[in-house]
Design a binder for this molecule. Sequence first.
Ligand code: URA
Length: 192
Amino acid sequence: MTVAQRREELIGVLREMETDHACPLAESRNKLVFGAGNADADLMFVGEAPGANEDQQGLPFVGRAGKLLDELLVSVGIERLKDAFTTNVLNCRPPGNRDPLPNEIEICKPFLFRKIELIEPKVVVTLGNFATKLLSGSQTGITKVHGVPQTHTLGHRTVTLFPSFHPSAGLRTPAVAEQMREDFKALPGLLG
Ligand code: URA
């Protein structure tokens, strides 16, 4: 598939998500947060779910967690919007920022896999437990698996999965932000 065809199909996925109301969160959301950045990048970030700022703007990681993420990435020479595509396990905000529910994750999962297939990343960085457990297929927590690359076939695509912490945890605990900074040092090498 050419770059233009993949772009076209990705827009098709967005249109489908805008009209698909299978998930109850579609009713309570302000804006769908599909994802943002460079859809031809080799790097993809997968967070948990939009928060209040993201729900208002329709863009992922635009609040304080996103600021921290950007700052940590710049320290390893990565500009998120230019060098990566960023999305989440859920594309709509859970009320009050509660944890995603299993049925919400199941409903949204095929959309995430289609995005991965159409963006064709080499490296997928999972931020926090929800994205890591979903894409690794393992229930092992982020504290044990962060910073160590794994190889997985997601949809039709074999990728390097690279788990790290969720930046909101980094905001709460500076030692976690430091661990993320350490983890991210591996990214330029993984991207080759
Ligand atoms: N937290 C997430 O997991 N995703 C966002 O887009 C914002 C905050």
